[in-house]
Design a protein around this ligand. Structure first.
Ligand SMILES: Cc1cc2nc3c(=O)[nH]c(=O)nc-3n(C[C@H](O)[C@H](O)[C@H](O)COP(=O)(O)OP(=O)(O)OC[C@H]3O[C@@H](n4cnc5c(N)ncnc54)[C@H](O)[C@@H]3O)c2cc1C
Length: 537
């Protein structure tokens, strides 16, 4: 039975988590990185009965995992590239996720409008292939749409020259909330997870990695961890830890470790629903420069994106390039009758894709790089996993554990334990869910709504869809430590409307301070919100 009152919900008191970490436990697995990949491994390993610890240097999903386009998808684009295995696996995982977290991941109809006679049959055939690959995991059949039906589904679509469209099904999700739910579900399985705890060094014995030296980022205290197996799941930052793997990772004992990640930046612009009324997403299969563009209804707003631009730095809060913003707005104006302009943008955010480079690749064209994940085990037994996508986090976790078994780092335990494991809030089968396209509110909490409603201030709104009770729940039960954690990743307000998020930062901070007794970093959040409104001139 899922929890419904605060008494049933696992607390996430930081002093208790740190006291647990200070105990002289030897873990089976220590995971570095609390994004989709690391959290997925933590849940899978804990569910198989391993002793698991995970450390995240910032907040859970502060990296790429809160900045996705929010699609739970097989990847229509990868089908066009002929990557059948990747698409098939993702389609299976799509259905698994929709089933295990229906409050946070749901089916969504996508419409491709057609303006040339050949487009509907051409894309229709491709998408029928997509249905075939999904097999029993299909969410609904691809359909060719008349002009009238296309207009009914996309009321603001460009009418001039519109012939019809193609409708197909994929999913959408709330990425950062899913990350928190993965962390909390892993914790109910016995895993110890700590945000704001950075892994600085690897610890070696006899040439093998046997632990980590970590720092509590709030106090500066050193926190050593011992583990039989260390997993580097730090996304675009994996090479930093790999560099610390010393000679064990080098071919000849002298050359520096070759980077395995080529970061690529993706920009999203968020605008009001009036630009995409209706319940369907818009998909542009081929933009002017041959990419894919989406307009996705999400939590009462519309996400427009994304881009794919090589980047060499690994900024925590990368800024968009002017050309990327212009590209998204100009593509949107080709397909939307009333199209958004710069002043209509409520929030702009950027994510870094951890694309995996072939060992000899020095190239710049990230579009051609692998979207699949890679698991590497170094000579010292550091296990590095990166690449892939959110949709396949569970399959990636199974692959990581399989690699650990194959290399004799852990004893084998059967896979598949998370395939039917409903995540916290999912409740029992068949419960009514409201759509993720709807504005934020209690629906994000699934069957934990009663626990949130039992919090002090549960009926006191800070703004539509966010109550004082939700802020208290975020601190007491969802690991939140500062205003940013609450407004960016427990609530998604920063991503939806950065100005509004800045407006309620002070009130949010006052509640966070009451709960934690610490500075809630309200001023820093104000600067961050300004960053999410900043459009390059
Ligand atoms: C623009 C964009 C759009 C995308 N859209 C989609 C989509 O619609 N659907 C989909 O399925 N996928 C999508 N993806 C892919 C997906 O978001 C990523 O594959 C996934 O989030 C990567 O997760 P990760 O855990 O590997 O990395 P991250 O989420 O970056 O996690 C790594 C974590 O490691 C932490 N860390 C780093 N160094 C240390 C250290 N020394 N100690 C402790 N912690 C450390 C970081 O703070 C970070 O939180 C998209 C990606 C991008 C960039």
């Amino acid at each position: 039975m899922a929890a419904s009152t605060p008494g049933d919900v696992l607390p996430t008191r930081r002093d208790e988590l740190i006291a647990r970490l200070a105990q002289p436990v030897s873990y089976d697995i220590a995971i570095v990185g609390g994004g989709a990949t690391g959290l997925g491994v933590a849940l899978d390993a804990a569910a198989r009965g391993f002793r698991v610890v995970l450390v995240e240097s910032h907040d859970f999903s502060k990296g790429t995992s809160s900045r996705a386009t929010k699609l739970v998808h097989g990847g229509v684009r990868y089908l066009a590239q002929g990557n059948i295995a990747l698409v098939r696996e993702a389609l299976q995982e799509r259905t698994t996720l929709l089933h295990n977290a229906p409050h946070l991941a749901q089916p969504l109809a996508f419409v491709m409008p057609s303006y040339h006679w050949w487009e509907a049959p051409y894309y229709g055939i491709g998408l029928t292939m997509y249905d075939v690959l999904a097999g029993k995991a299909g969410l609904g059949k691809t359909q060719l749409l008349s002009r009238g039906r296309t207009l009914a589904m996309l009321p603001n679509v460009q009418r001039n020259g519109l012939l019809g469209g193609v409708k197909y099904w994929d999913g959408q999700f709330n990425d950062a909330r899913l990350a928190i739910v993965l962390a909390r579900t892993a914790a109910t399985q016995g895993a110890l997870l700590l945000n704001y705890c950075r892994a600085n060094e690897l610890v070696f014995e006899g040439g093998k990695v046997v632990g980590l030296k970590c720092t509590d980022m709030e106090t500066g205290a050193e926190l050593p961890i011992r583990a039989r197996c260390v997993i580097n799941a730090t996304g675009v930052w994996v090479d930093e830890l790999r560099q610390k793997d010393g000679d064990a990772n080098r071919d000849d004992g002298r050359r520096a470790t070759k980077p395995m990640v080529a970061p690529s930046q993706g920009v999203h612009l968020v605008v009001d629903r009036e630009f995409l009324p209706g319940d369907a997403a818009l998909m542009v299969p081929k933009t002017a420069d041959g990419r894919v563009l989406f307009a996705v209804p999400w939590l009462g707003k519309v996400i427009l994106g994304t881009t794919d631009t090589p980047r060499h730095d690994l900024d925590r809060e990368p800024l968009p390039f002017k050309e990327e913003v212009e590209f998204i707005l100009s593509e949107a104006s080709r397909y939307l009758a009333r199209s958004p302009a710069r002043p209509d943008v409520r929030s702009v955010w950027v994510g870094l894709r951890p694309l995996v480079k072939p060992p000899d690749d020095e190239g710049e064209n990230t579009k051609g790089l692998s979207r699949e994940h890679t698991v590497l085990v170094s000579r010292s037994h550091l296990v590095t996993v990166t690449g892939g996508k959110w949709t396949t986090y569970r399959a990636m976790a199974e692959d990581v554990l399989q690699k650990c078994f194959d290399r004799g780092l852990l004893e084998r335990r059967p896979a598949g334990v998370t395939a039917h494991m409903r995540l916290l809030g999912a409740g029992s089968e068949g419960g009514a869910q409201s759509s993720l396209s709807q504005p934020p509110g209690m629906h994000s909490y699934g069957d934990e709504q009663a626990a949130v409603m039992a919090m002090p201030g549960a009926k006191k709104e800070l703004t539509a869809g966010l109550t004082e009770g939700m802020v208290r729940f975020a601190v007491r039960h969802e690991y939140a430590r500062c205003v940013e954690d609450v407004l960016a990743r427990r609530s998604r307000l920063l991503f939806l409307d950065a100005r509004l998020a800045a407006d309620i930062a002070q009130k949010t901070g006052d509640i966070v301070r009451q709960e934690t007794g610490r500075d809630p970093q309200t001023a820093a959040f104000g600067q961050l919100a300004a960053h999410y409104l900043q459009m390059p001139a």
